[in-house]
Design a binder for this molecule. Structure first.
Ligand code: MGD
Ligand code: MGD
Ligand code: MO
Length: 775
């Protein structure tokens, strides 16, 4: 690492990080986290049990494990997630009620979570402005009373974050539907919703088709808008192996991300001792923010042009003619439109030159089997659905779906976000699913579609007196338009959060507020029949068991399953035919019910016993297309030239930037582990703004200057984020990047992805002002 280039104080520095990702830095960072969480040496062993056949599923990301049977798979950020849950610190009632909620609200998110694990249910007392301890029965009775007092069931909103197990999620959606609503906003709505929507239309299933074994066979892996070095570190092991055997790895990202360049595998003794690192990306394209659709369409144009030439010269065709004829629809129309897209539009909107796009296309055409991965850099834009369909189009051209070593791979976020959806946490349920659920549990499920995340905020804002129930997560902080969202939550009659730690959402109280502390995934869950296991589904549709090994953080915690079962009994008294207590007593009974509702889970209890679990059927991977046409659909999309950023730039003389909000290396979504972003060379500060050096010059500013940002939207609302430090970074001109959630207040609630309604957190038009310290 070379020296400090910012001239700042000792603990706040901006440096150039020129080491590989992973390596000793990763081990050091974990050791630091274990120390900060006060975990004794023995407790550190917990970290070794993540993703073992009889251990717990890592509560970090949703990247799958090699057979779930391998020796310890070290992952820096997985270890940090486990350490955060296994912390020795306790947020006891004494600690929580020693401060008023107003006083707690003054503290940082980092401070709140660092209080440690919550130990008792707490009820907000408005008179004293403090949380006070209550017992579980009182808590459930209070919530039930509020729910039953609502004018209609649709006045209750049930949020889910993606850590909830399949068993808890299944029981939760059952309770909510028996109560009478489909109001299921969830973190997917802010995350991979566009991937599900785009792929269901295109290939008839909303999930990726590839398995880990496909990564071992691919000739090329394209990575769009994803930062695996930080967010899916175990993916780097797979990429390293692919790169070593000569596969092309092509990254598309406006930022130079260290983890996409070089990696030193902390699991590999030789790498570590010889200080060797592997190159990850064979090619790196720094396109403009939001420029992916144009780039991929340009690549498609190159493929089609090369194919026309091959055809004219009587050579072997470039596109997979047989696959296209047998398996796809709309090709002719799609190809004609793509060929007609002008190069100047493609070049301008992608931010790449034609030669670069040709090079990317050549790599694609030169590879027999191709995987395309993507993350939040693709999904959090207005045109995210169209972009994803363009990526799928590219794959379809050469038959890269439904055969080994090839396919689409949306890399999911939360460790069970995909499973929660599979279990029915969905605001727009299919009628067939509802019918089956109603048959198995003998009730009439509500048919009306419910609120997604944006819809839930609008509803709480427009009508007061609702009940908001959060199963995990940090709704107040993870959502867009922070001020508006806070107002919406405060408008509720009751806000309830099932949680492991204190966070901001618990301080943005409705008229009444309750915190329900629950067991984490690392902890032993004992019910009437003994210790229980749960199941989760990873990003590649593998379903497997997870059982905790640590004693619970407090004797007063309930499992999420128990919370749901007891709340259902309190709320649905005399109305429900479901045997809630019986299901809670033995989770394998819940699994039997899951099997009764979902054919794909037939013999669930048997099949999940196999180490590594089982793979859920994926029709597209078998080239069975569950679409309206019965085929895989090519989808035509023009390169967008009228996005909010275009509109904002047309209206202004002064420079308008496109801001992407993303994760630092030391955070898990809204949970901040520390103040460093090692691979981007930022230490001791989160309020930074990554910007191109020529843009700094054009603004007449200097690296290290403090600025304010203002986002541009036509609704007359002034949205600002204040006091960010300019950090010179390798990012295209006109593009900016900063961390979420500090910047969420800049995203207007009304700005979301077409069709999928995912907030546009990766493309916010902003202007920059000098920050003036308030006197
Ligand atoms: N340690 C850790 N692990 C995590 C998480 C965490 O917070 N911490 N979060 C979990 C969750 S819920 C999720 S969804 C995933 C998120 O994982 P990622 O998808 O990696 O999420 P981000 O960090 O938001 O952004 C990813 C990348 O998008 C790039 N980008 C921004 N705009 C664009 C664009 O227009 N085009 C392209 N091509 N790239 C762009 C950014 O430079 C960044 O490298 O990780 C999961 N795993
Ligand atoms: N601007 C901007 N906004 C974004 C994003 C972005 O890239 N930019 N990313 C979006 C994405 S991809 C996502 S997924 C969302 C995330 O949104 P959420 O899922 O709502 O947020 P998290 O920060 O993951 O939630 C963390 C909290 O979950 C609780 N928790 C942890 N473990 C458990 C558990 O085992 N059980 C229970 N019940 N609670 C637990 C803890 O209280 C912790 O504070 O944020 C979105 N918001
Ligand atoms: Mo996510």
């Amino acid at each position: 690492m070379c020296g400090d280039i910012s001239g700042m104080s000792k603990n706040k520095t901006i440096q150039v990080y020129d080491r590989p990702a992973g390596g000793w830095g990763a081990l050091k960072s974990v050791a630091q986290q274990i120390f900060e969480q006060g975990i004794p040496k023995k407790g550190a062993l917990t970290l070794l049990s993540a993703n073992q056949p009889d251990g717990f599923d890592c509560p970090g990301c949703a990247w799958p494990d090699a057979d779930h049977t391998s020796t310890f798979e070290f992952c820096e950020n997985g270890a940090k997630a486990v350490a955060a849950e296994s912390t020795a610190r306790r947020a006891t009632p004494e600690v929580i009620s020693s401060l008023t909620v107003s006083e707690l609200s003054e503290k940082s998110d980092y401070w709140l979570e660092s209080l440690g694990r919550l130990t008792h249910p707490m009820l907000y007392d408005r008179a004293s402005d403090r949380y006070q301890v209550i017992n579980w029965d009182q808590a459930f009775d209070t919530i039930a009373r509020h729910l039953n007092a609502l004018p209609k069931p649709d006045d209750a909103i049930f949020y889910t974050s993606g850590r909830t197990s399949n068993e808890a999620a299944f029981l939760y959606q059952l309770f909510v539907r028996e109560f009478g609503t489909n109001n299921f906003p969830d973190c997917s709505n802010m995350c991979h919703e566009p991937s599900g929507f785009a792929m269901r239309e295109a290939i008839g299933i909303g999930k990726g088709t590839v398995l880990l074994s496909d990564f071992q066979q691919a000739d090329a892996i394209l990575i769009f808008g994803q930062n695996p070095g930080t967010n899916h570190p175990r993916m780097l092991g797979e990429l390293r192996a692919a790169s070593k055997r000569g596969a092309a790895i092509v990254s598309f990202n406006p930022l130079r991300e260290r983890g996409l360049e070089k990696f030193q595998n902390p699991q590999n003794a030789l790498d570590m001792l010889t200080d060797q690192a592997s190159t990850i990306s064979s090619d790196y394209f720094q396109l403009k923010i939001g420029g992916d659709l144009a780039t991929v369409k340009g690549m498609i144009k190159c493929v089609l042009e090369a194919d026309q030439l091959a055809q004219a010269e009587g050579r072997h065709r470039i596109i997979d003619v047989e696959f296209i004829a047998e398996h796809t629809a709309n090709f002719e129309q799609f190809a004609a439109e793509a060929l007609a897209e002008p190069w100047d539009v493609i070049v301008r909107e992608s931010g790449l030159d034609r030669a670069q796009i040709q090079r990317a296309a050549d790599t694609y055409m030169g590879a027999g089997k191709v995987i395309a991965c993507w993350g939040m850099g693709i999904t959090q834009h207005k045109h995210s659905v169209a972009t994803i369909q363009m990526i799928v189009n590219l794959l379809l051209l050469r038959g890269n779906i439904g055969r080994p070593g090839a396919g689409p791979c949306p890399v999911r976020g939360h460790s069970n976000v995909q499973g929660d959806r599979t279990m029915g946490i969905i605001e727009k349920p299919k009628p067939a699913f509802l019918e089956r659920l109603g048959q198995v549990f003998d009730f009439q499920p509500p048919q009306k579609h419910g609120y997604d995340t944006v819809g839930a905020i609008e509803a709480m804002l427009n009508e007061g007196g609702k009940v908001f129930f959060g199963m995990g997560g940090n709704f107040a902080t993870a959502t867009p338009d922070t001020e508006v969202t806070h107002k919406a939550l405060k408008n509720c009659a009751l806000t309830v959060h099932v949680t492991t730690k204190l966070n901001r959402s618990h301080l943005i109280c409705g008229e009444n507020a309750i915190i329900l502390p629950c067991l984490g995934r690392t902890e032993i869950d004992i019910q009437e029949t003994g210790p229980q296991t749960v199941t989760v589904e990873d990003s590649m549709s593998m379903v497997h068991l997870s059982s905790g090994i640590n004693p619970p953080a407090s004797a007063d915690l309930l499992s999420e399953v128990a919370v749901v079962a007891r709340l259902a009994q309190a709320t649905l008294k005399g109305r429900s035919k479901t045997q809630w207590a019986w299901l809670q007593a033995d989770y394998s009974r819940i699994r039997d019910k899951i099997a009764a509702v979902f054919d794909d889970f037939a013999n669930f209890n048997e099949r999940v016993k196999v180490p590594g679990g089982f793979h859920l059927r994926n029709t597209a991977s078998e080239r069975v297309w569950m679409t309206a046409t019965g085929k895989a659909n090519f989808n035509t999309h023009a390169v967008p030239v009228d996005l909010p950023i275009h509109q904002a730039r047309r209206k202004r003389q002064s420079p308008v930037f496109n801001l992407a909000t993303m994760r630092s290396h030391d955070q898990f979504n809204t949970t901040i582990y520390g103040m460093n972003d090692r691979y981007r060379g930022v230490f001791g500060e989160r309020r930074v703004l990554f910007i191109n050096k020529d843009d700094i010059k054009a603004l007449n500013m200097q690296a290290g200057d403090w600025i304010d940002m203002e986002s541009l939207c036509d609704d007359g609302v002034k949205r600002q984020a204040k006091r960010f430090m300019l950090v010179e970074y390798n990012i295209p001109q006109g593009c900016l990047a900063a961390y979420f959630p500090e910047t969420n207040g800049l995203v207007p609630l009304s700005s979301f992805a077409d069709h999928a309604r995912t907030p546009t957190s990766k493309s916010i038009p902003v202007i920059i002002h000098t920050h003036h310290a308030q006197v």
